[in-house]
Ligand binder design. Structure first.
Ligand code: F6R
Length: 591
């Protein structure tokens, strides 16, 4: 949800910021903008759409800020794109977040005579800073005063024209990381934006205010204004710049990477898992929570914990968790599942849980993210940067970690590791032209249909939901996943001649039910597609069959990969934007 970049240093600042914004485009790609300080004159360049230029027409300077937008308030156009000028054009500001009290603030500012050029809540912050300048000597204190009046989760960055190389930024909710390099100081919503220049970072906390003055910076507590100590963290050396390599999209690259990432997620020794196992054992109940794909991963992990380790584990979507707060006790453990570690819905629930005195665990991909830092039991899945907005490799990695945890709780760590290795080997064999061709053929056949259903059960129940989400995100087709048991209770009314119905089938106790449900929809004319263990490929209920790298207890994870590929090939054949689907952003840092 919007990406922010700032730079002060020896290199051409607009090049650095442009490069950083390209890396952060997964956070929003409606429009973007860059501002530079050219000897006391601020120059801004803005554009609607994706970033597809190599250089911005701005003068060469040593300080700049930039922003990539995912619109919340106000349409997608150059006027609403950030950064926004102050009335006197003496500073520019970009924001990530939502000012929840912006109407109230705007009303008061209008009464004071301020005018507004945009429909954004961001401009309210700009005008409020202008107002605060009247009673403050410094821009820093004016920014601080204004910031403390904002409600909601907001992070802002300001470029000043009155001093050379002067940037002020404040974080609350939406992430902000500071990078200390030999050629300059960086600020960004995600360290990836500058990871190729420096590995020395400061993960800013909520209400940290940073002031960069030339080659120095200071951090203050925005609430009190008092200077703060900070900790420099070394980023994992493996994080480099990102590229699609030989692939035409990040999505397909990330899908194929799963043969390796499922192993990385399980690179924990039995000793490493002791702390979380102990916490799970001692908990009254374990709640697993996340949103979207991470919510479905939570469901799959809870399934493993209940069915393998016999733990009272319940998955609850983070945006709906509030209805469970009345029964949450301090003896419950809450485990958050998240790729970014910055999802506002999930963070809010963790804050409530912490207030109740619960311990928090996390299964996340981004080190130093808010959820990672606020957790008592921190587990990274080491999937590497996931750039495609639709999550693929992170889903399987999170589930693999949950599976390893569940198996370790019943002393089956070694068996789990060997099944995970089998999954990885199975996927390595599966990613070949023959499987791709078979899925492409199906994609071509169904691409004109509008409604699709996916049936799953047991280990494939959440896979049907995740499979449906994956395909709808990129193909914009109506895919609905549900438990096969639900079919007769209503959904079957929607099945008519040629409706594609996918049935996920593993070699397990649920296969019979899946076959019966498929027979029922076939009898009503459905175009039935089996997805799963090739053992079932000749079952007469299926009109088409997609064999997967199906693998005993981890069959569900092998099966979901077929839907990821179907999503990819379907979207490709429809000519859709794959890595950046319409209306979506990868990191949902606003509510
Ligand atoms: C879908 C997808 C989203 C995210 C959700 C939570 O492909 O990526 O549904 O799973 O927005 O994000 P994280 O995992 O960053 O908490």
């Amino acid at each position: 949800m919007c990406g922010i970049v700032g730079y002060v240093g020896k290199k051409n600042s607009s090049d650095i910021v442009l490069d950083g914004l390209k890396t952060l485009e997964y956070r929003g790609y409606d429009s973007w903008g860059i501002a530079v300080n050219d000897n006391g004159k601020l120059d801004v360049f803005k554009k609607v759409g994706e970033i597809n230029i190599k250089k911005v027409p701005l003068p060469k300077t040593s300080s700049a800020i930039g922003h990539t937008r995912w619109a919340t308030h106000g349409g997608v156009n150059e006027i609403n794109a950030h950064p926004h000028f102050s009335t006197r054009r003496d500073f520019v500001l970009a924001q990530n977040g939502i000012v929840e009290n912006y109407q109230d603030l705007k009303g008061k500012l209008i009464m004071k005579g301020y005018t507004f050029d945009t429909e954004t809540d961001t401009e309210v912050i700009v005008r409020l800073i202008e107002e605060k300048r009247k009673s403050n000597e410094t821009l820093k204190d004016s920014v601080r005063d204004a910031f403390n009046e904002l409600e909601g989760r907001n992070t802002v960055i300001v470029l000043d024209s009155s001093k050379e190389d002067h940037i002020i930024a404040v974080r609350n909710g939406s992430p902000l990381v500071l990078g200390i390099g030999k050629d300059g100081i960086f600020l960004a919503s995600d360290a990836l934006a500058f990871a190729k220049y420096t590995k020395d970072v400061v993960f800013l906390d909520n209400y940290d205010l940073v002031e960069i003055n030339g080659n120095e910076f200071k951090i203050y507590d925005a609430k009190s204004g008092i200077r703060k100590e900070y900790k420099v963290t070394k980023l994992n050396n493996k994080i480099k710049g990102i590229s699609k390599g030989k692939y035409s999209h990040f999505m397909i690259k990330e899908i194929v990477e799963q043969k390796d990432t499922v192993l990385k997620a399980a690179e924990y020794s039995e000793d490493d898992l002791k702390a979380i196992i102990e916490a799970v054992r001692n908990a009254n109940r374990v709640y697993i929570t996340g949103a979207g794909t991470a919510g479905f991963a939570s469901g799959q992990i809870a399934y493993y914990l209940r069915n393998i380790a016999k733990v009272d584990a319940l998955d609850v979507r983070s945006y709906d968790f509030e209805t469970f707060l009345p029964i949450l006790t301090k003896n419950d453990l809450v485990i958050a599942v998240s790729q970014s570690g910055e999802t506002a819905d999930t963070i809010e629930i963790l804050e409530f849980a912490k207030e109740k005195g619960c311990k928090i665990g996390c299964i996340v991909n981004v080190e130093g993210s808010t959820i990672h830092r606020m957790s008592d039991y921190k587990y990274l899945i080491h999937a590497g940067p996931e750039i495609c907005v639709a999550s693929t490799k992170v889903f399987t990695s999170q589930c693999v970690f949950g599976y390893l945890l569940a198996k370790s709780m019943v002393n089956e760590y070694k068996e789990a590791k060997s099944y995970i290795q089998d999954l990885s080997d199975g996927l390595s064999d599966y990613f070949n032209e023959k499987s791709f061709k078979h899925i492409k053929k199906l994609a071509k056949k169904i691409k004109d249909n509008e409604h699709f259903f996916i049936l799953g059960k047991g280990q494939n129940s959440y896979i049907s939901l995740e499979g449906a989400l994956k395909v709808k995100e990129i193909s914009y087709k109506h895919f609905e996943g549900f438990s096969a048991g639900e079919l007769k209770h209503g959904v079957i009314a929607l099945v008519e001649d040629d409706t594609p119905v996918f049935s996920i089938i593993s070699d397990d106790k649920d296969s019979k039910d899946i076959i019966s449900a498929t027979e029922e929809v076939k009898a009503r004319g459905a175009f039935t597609v089996g997805v799963g263990d090739s053992k079932f490929k000749n079952e007469s209920c299926f009109k088409y069959f997609l064999p997967t790298a199906s693998n005993k207890e981890l069959s569900g994870l092998a099966n979901v990969v077929a839907f990821q590929l179907l999503s990819y090939f379907l979207a490709d054949s429809l000519g859709n934007s794959i890595d950046k689907p319409r209306n979506l952003a990868k990191s949902v840092t606003v509510k």
